[in-house]
Write a new protein. Sequence first.
Lengths: 293, 438
Amino acid sequence: MQKQAIFQSKLLPYALVAPQLAIVLIFFYWPAVQAVIQSFLLQDAFGLSTSFVWFENYVELLSDPAYFETIVRTFFFSFAIAASSLSVALLLAVMADKPMRGGAVYRTLLIWPYAVAPPVVGVLWVFMLHPSLGVLSRYLRAAGIEWNPLLDGNQAATLVILAAAWKQISYNFLFFLAGLASIPKSVLEAAAIDGARPMRRFWTVTFPLLSPTIFFLLVVNIVYAFFDTFGIIDTMTRGGPGKSTETLVYKVYNDGLIGGNLGSSAAQSVILMVMVIVLTGIQFRFVERKVTY
Amino acid sequence: MALRYFGAAAAVAFAVGMTASPALAVTEIQWWHAMTGANNDVIVKLANDFNASQSDYKVIPTYKGSYPDTMNAGIAAFRAGNAPHIMQVFEVGTATMMAATGAVKPVYKLMTDAGEKFDPKNYLSAITGYYSTSKGEMLSFPFNSSSTVMWVNLDELKKVNAEIPKTWPEVFEVAKKLHDNGHPTCGFSNSWVTWVNLEQLSAWHNVPLASKANGLDGFDTKLEFNAPLQEKHLEKLVELQKDKTYDYAGRTNQGEGRFTSGECAIYLTSSAFFGNVKAQAKFNFTAAPMPYYPDVKGAPQNSIIGGASLWVMGGKSADEYKGIAKFLTFLSDTDRQVYIHKASGYLPITKAAYEKAKAEGFYKDQPYLETPLLELTNKEPTENSRGLRLGNMVQLRDVWAEEIEQALAGKKTAKQALDASVERGNTMLRQFEKTAVK
């Protein structure tokens, strides 16, 4: 039995959705359409001369091996960031979930980093790990590690992943804490009575019951790593050294705004859009079967 | 029903908003710039002084972020149909601005149209040449110009009993001494890695960076810096990077603090670094001319400028252009140029201002402020040292820096890195040529 609409007028429901629809159309569909159109054009930065080139921008992009390297790198970054921030957050949440003195203080402090804007995160970590300014790099050097993310691509990548993951831990922590709170105590007690030790209880009871949360966070984290790490990369490494920290989004920015190559930049955005649509599609299909909300 | 009332109210509000704006009597001139700190104060003072000097025009300076940010903001505003009147664009944006016929109003034309007195011969050609056509027509108005100099920590040099090095081999030798005596992390270093080690190096030794007079004679220019001199220089840097006799300090100027903190005792960067050095360095310092390789015939040639110029945007009214022309005349005034030179450390752009600063004995106490001027005017500029005009220059520099980083990290040889820089750069130049307005 479905409830009938309670609106008297037929127009009112449309009028009520209209603002939201307008926002979606103006801020999502219109720019998306613009990007698709732009991706078929060759245009100077000022938009003074425009020529229609069909798929030339795409062909050029897809025949560039550097572009594939960037794709692989972006996926690697996403998984590294998601995996590290999810696992640390889960560990912290499980520990903070235990009754203890001053638990609320710990929890608040752990949530704090979420309020820090990505570029600020970048600057903070740069201050700590800059080869000549950084406090931590002095210790690293003392420990005999050649620390120079300005030249060493792997170190720069580590730095970006570390900073990006650190910022996301709070967010994950919050959701895990809520997820843990919703697990019925009786289930855990029953397992305990059956003789399951804490580790076993965690892996066989808590973890599966958390799976909807984990899945949700996985999606959010990958999207975060794809798009929101821009500020961190821009303040920390600007994609360097070499191309070792250039992600797909950073390349869109770099080619479009710095390089003034709007056609290629738009083509990259379109490819990125398709990727995200496919990714989300696959994931939600997978979810409906495997994960119970 | 409620919607209809809302619509009516909105219409009224809109109408009120529309009628409120034409109340302005003075013509406003928007000036977008990228200056911070003390240099921002200079800009504000210039605008205020101009506004106080007459009542028809009002110059409104607005800070728009870094150089690339300001340029992007201007381009985006132009596309949206509300570009500022004056835009400060860094030197590497010159080709992009120049290619945008119609989007910009060349300064020489602006001055003739507005009937302002304007003689390009009054300006220092080493500076205006960068922003002029091959016929000598000034396209943009040089505002803040600098050049590369070698900043030296005199106290540290004294400790190792070294003179200020004049040539590159001497620099390497002194850096080695510094490295072995109290500077294990940095013998010498530099900012703006490509500007110093490719662009200036090439001009200073009178070898081409690119064909067609480094792009001044046409957009069909090709990069040519994968040549013996540049290769030898990079090879040396790679070798010295291994034990940090040379230590890379990043693509832009973020590493400059390493000089003022005392970590690096020899540091090549812009002469405009002066303000920070003066404020922060707790040691005796000076700015020496860039070193050169003595085995290169005719070296040193002359250096090229860095910094930014003011571009006048197209599509404005005749009255607005008149105001802009008056403002540029106001900026060219000798006393004002001397003021800008002293307050910011940037170079004076007119010959009269340079002479006046000299006559006042300004360089007696601070000879290092004349260093960039002496470098720029060292010899009559050649095809290789007049300036650079390469499209997509901002991204070109990133690509070159990427390759140099790879070489310094030991992933490529100097030759491979330079070959790749040239090859990737040429692809970008062809891309730019395709989109440039013919």
